[in-house]
Design a protein around this ligand. Sequence first.
Ligand SMILES: [Cu+2]
Length: 131
Amino acid sequence: MRMFSSPRLASLLAWLVLAGVAQAQTGPAPGAARSPASAAAARQWPLARGEVLEVDAKEKRVTIKHGPIPNIGMDAMTMEFLVPDEKLLASLKPGDQVRFAVVYKDSEYVITRAEVRKRRGSKRAPKAPRG
Ligand SMILES: [Cu+2]
């Protein structure tokens, strides 16, 4: 198996990690008392809200009608996102009202986390992917 181990890639990865940490720490300073999980999550997720319109399992893409996404400077629109995480992808169904985190990576808008808030035809948000 070939390893990706160029110094440039390593520094890029380090930068991405640092950027992620910086973003996560817009709240309390490191070491400060932790707030309730929901408040902490709200701060740490660069969250967007939207509705899943289509799921393309083969291409690992979802079409979402979303609200503004400040962390990537995007206004509300309908567009496709890449969802590389198969479990995450499988948890999303058309009609779902979702909260999600998106990053811009390798010329793609990538959903890194998502939470179904409301599913069509059901009152409660599903806790875990089925199947
Ligand atoms: Cu968009």
